[in-house]
Design a protein around this ligand. Structure first.
Ligand SMILES: Cc1cc2nc3c(=O)[nH]c(=O)nc-3n(C[C@H](O)[C@H](O)[C@H](O)COP(=O)(O)OP(=O)(O)OC[C@H]3O[C@@H](n4cnc5c(N)ncnc54)[C@H](O)[C@@H]3O)c2cc1C
Length: 325
């Protein structure tokens, strides 16, 4: 795919920025992967609605936040990536005590905001380096807390640009999984994980643009101390000095993926520039110049070895999209 300069679409009423041939390694925490044919950076929610109304109905779309749970294969994504984090940034405490937060707001900002407003329960968001949109899509969580425990209502945008509010009862939520109970899967269309054959088409039906969250009143100073303790724990246990995407595999019921991977002697295993972290066995780090194929091959190798040696099938938590080179 050819690179070209960013172009603006003001003539069609759009206020955001359309980029061609965007390197997705700039937008994913693994710092690896292929090129997106197009990337749209909306100016705001209204602009995103205009974009969706104007985009052709057969265009593949992929909503992303900070790319902290995402691998784009080296052959790239033949569609438009919707980059939400710079546009959907509203965060406010309402009179009814609920927090309205748009999809682009990072977890760390949400955690600090709630602490400043003397609430507790949002501290866990501080250690998750994604946006609210990504956390809603993944039901992200840690240390016993999950995103959807705090959701009162979500706001989604449909493919045709319609803004819809949905109740949590409309979703089936579980450990790192969220599905709309009716006809659509809330996985940015047909995002597949590594269990699936090569994905070729991504038909985004709807995606999250915001949510109303509730937290317990509490002592903000205690919340700040909790955040500090939680971040220190992460620095001590995770390889944060090298590009990674957090935990690669979901924990199997009653066990830990990291424990199984370590037990199989896979810590430190390498393929190209990708390596199973020596510090945390459920992390794969990019030691420099890793391709998406290096990372995906290592994921497959780890799964295969763990299945063979322990009989446990690990399932990737990270989302893998696009086409092989
Ligand atoms: C160092 C590190 C530590 C981590 N620790 C944790 C942890 O403790 N717990 C945890 O759960 N995760 C953790 N993660 C993984 C990751 O941060 C979370 O999954 C996070 O929720 C991803 O958010 P994001 O905005 O980066 O999403 P992205 O990576 O951009 O996208 C992830 C998926 O969500 C979809 N998506 C993104 N935005 C939207 C939207 N608005 N609407 C619909 N779909 C959307 C994407 O299409 C993709 O399928 C960690 C990652 C790193 C790098």
């Amino acid at each position: 795919m050819n690179m070209s300069e960013p172009s603006r679409f003001s003539t069609t009423g759009l206020r955001g920025e359309m980029r061609q041939a965007e390197f997705m390694q700039r937008h994913t925490s693994w710092r690896a992967g292929g090129v997106a044919a197009r990337m749209y950076k909306p100016a705001d929610l209204a602009d995103l609605q205009v974009f969706l109304r104007s985009v052709s109905s057969d265009e593949s779309l992929l909503a992303i936040g900070l790319g902290s749970n995402l691998l784009v294969r080296d052959g790239g994504f033949r569609g438009t990536v919707l980059m939400l984090h710079a546009a959907l940034t509203e965060l406010k405490l309402q009179d009814d005590g609920l927090i309205y937060v748009q999809a682009g707001v990072p977890g760390a900002k949400l955690a600090r905001f709630t602490a400043r407003h003397d609430m507790q329960g949002a501290e866990f968001f501080a250690g998750i380096p994604g946006t609210l949109g990504g956390m809603l899509a993944m039901n992200a969580g840690c240390y016993g807390s999950e995103t959807w425990q705090h959701v009162v209502k979500v706001q989604v945008l449909t493919r045709s640009g319609e803004l819809v509010e949905r109740d949590p009862t409309e979703y089936e939520t579980g450990y790192r999984s969220v599905e709309l109970q009716s006809k659509w899967k809330v996985e940015s269309g047909k995002l597949e994980d590594s269990d699936s054959p090569l994905p070729t088409h991504h038909f985004l039906e709807e995606f999250f643009v915001g949510a109303w969250l509730s937290f317990q009143p509490g002592d903000g100073k205690v919340a700040i101390e909790n955040i500090k303790a939680l971040l220190a724990k992460r620095i001590a246990s995770q390889p944060l000095n090298l590009p990674n995407a957090g935990s690669v595999f979901r924990n199997p019921p009653g066990d830990h993926a990291a424990r199984l991977i370590e037990q199989c002697g896979l810590k430190g295993m390498r393929i190209g520039g990708a390596q199973v972290s020596e510090k945390h066995a459920n992390f794969i780090v990019n030691t420099g110049g890793a391709t998406a194929a290096d990372i995906e091959s290592l994921i497959d190798e780890v799964r295969g070895t763990v299945a063979k040696q322990t009989g446990v099938q690990l399932h990737p938590e990270v989302k893998i999209v696009g086409e092989a080179a």
